[in-house]
Design a protein around this ligand. Structure first.
Ligand SMILES: NC(=O)c1ccc[n+]([C@@H]2O[C@H](COP(=O)([O-])OP(=O)(O)OC[C@H]3O[C@@H](n4cnc5c(N)ncnc54)[C@H](OP(=O)(O)O)[C@@H]3O)[C@@H](O)[C@H]2O)c1
Length: 371
């Protein structure tokens, strides 16, 4: 099914391997059916140390044996030359130059950082909804001189964008364009990496500001939900322009460790709009291409719809399907727009490392990466 039935494995590296997202990459890759951890990179503070000594390990499971003794390298392509893929959980301050150098060195880069998300030739892919955007990769490679054969960059979205675009995409598939959308987030502390906010700032508190977050949700959603236009053989992201979509996001940090919860109201173009029951059924029925094509990390339920009136909740629902899908509940009529609901996504799983890994699996299935 995934094109690797001959048992071939693909050597991969992790950049930013010591961080919050990097640690999740290590856990997922250690159990992966065809990706094998081969090299790990972080800052010069960590380079030269064995991974177990370099990382401030904060996961429930112990450090996998495959990674414990690997000596962490500086993030230079020559240390990763045997890898076909690198996964990046790099700090945005350094991700731009480092990821560009790895692409130049003919590695496939799957990144969590924001640096290339707005690049007109880099796909911004939430693997449960817009894997079709990977079709722009050949254009990205052709822009280089000489053109790249294997190197490219694919980014995944901001963690709060990721959770909300999955139900929005499912609704657009079932009922046509959404015209406007209001989003209020309650975001976990781990979204800011370790150690995150000081405990004195977040315990017993809600912080109604996360720098740059509202702009990311409002812009990234348009790139992800939009299509790809083609003119004179050149592809471009249409940013949902054929059916303009207005989005207003309000972002809050709350004292939750993992799992972003978001209250969402939408208005559809079509009149009359779908009923809450039709919306529930459409969300539950939605299946991702990544799952259909057999990507091993894709969840059975891209969207799981809760019937209980007090779900989803981050503590109860963030580990369902290993955090690879999103949970929706409280689907009901909105008296201002049409329909409102609550969505919860695990920010360090589908909001980060899991997205990159499914994107890479999909690229393998499509022959964009070879062993
Ligand atoms: N946390 C989330 O929920 C989440 C979700 C989606 C996307 N993201 C994005 O993913 C990226 C990583 O986030 P995080 O939360 O994992 O951050 P983090 O815990 O602060 O980890 C940052 C990583 O970058 C490395 N690094 C820092 N400076 C470096 C340098 N000069 N050269 C090479 N490596 C360097 C660090 O290595 P050292 O340990 O050696 O310093 C560490 O491995 C960020 O771009 C973030 O915006 C995070």
């Amino acid at each position: 099914m995934h094109g690797l039935q001959d048992g071939k494995q693909i050597k991969v590296g992790v950049l930013g391997a010591t961080g919050t997202v990097g640690q999740r990459f290590i856990l997922l890759l250690a159990e992966h059916p065809f990706f094998v951890i081969h090299a790990l990179g972080a800052s010069s503070r960590s380079a030269g140390k064995q991974y177990a000594k370099a990382a401030t390990w904060k996961q429930v499971k112990p450090i996998p044996s495959q990674a414990r003794e690997i000596v962490v390298q500086e993030c230079k392509p020559e240390h990763f030359s045997e890898c076909a893929i690198v996964f990046s959980g790099l700090d945005a301050d350094v991700a731009g130059d480092i990821e560009a150098a790895f692409r130049e060195a003919e590695l496939a880069v799957f990144s969590n950082a924001k640096n290339f998300r707005r690049d007109p030739h880099v796909p911004l892919v939430v693997p449960l909804i817009n894997t079709s955007h990977l079709s722009i990769i050949s254009q990205q490679q052709a822009l280089h001189s000489p053109p790249l054969k294997k190197g490219f960059i694919v980014t995944n979205a901001n963690c709060s964008t990721t959770a909300v675009v999955v139900p929005l995409a499912a609704l657009e598939r079932a009922f046509g364009p959404i015209e406007s959308c209001m989003i209020t987030t309650m975001q976990a502390i781990s979204g800011a990496g370790y150690p995150g906010l000081p405990s004195m700032d977040i315990l017993d508190n809600v912080v109604p500001y996360i720098s740059g977050e509202e702009e990311k949700i409002e812009w990234e959603t348009l790139k992800i939900l939009g299509g790809i236009a083609e003119e004179d053989g050149t592809k471009s992201f249409d940013m949902h322009a054929r059916h303009p979509l207005r989005i207003s996001a309000s972002c809050n940090r709350v004292p939750v460790i993992e799992g972003h919860t978001e209250c969402v109201s939408v208005r559809f173009t079509r009149r009359p709009p779908p009923s809450p029951q039709q919306v529930r059924e459409a969300l539950q029925a939605y299946t991702s291409d990544a799952y259909t094509l057999g990507c091993p990390s894709a969840p059975r339920h891209a969207v799981f719809v809760h019937e209980e009136p007090d779900r989803p909740q981050p503590r109860l629902d963030r580990d369902f399907q290993q955090g690879a899908g999103v949970s929706v509940g409280r689907v009901r009529q909105c008296r201002v727009l049409d329909i409102k609901f609550v969505v919860m996504g695990n920010n360090v799983a589908i909001g980060a490392a899991t997205s990159s890994i499914i994107n890479a699996e999909f690229a393998v299935v499509k022959g964009l990466v070879q062993a």
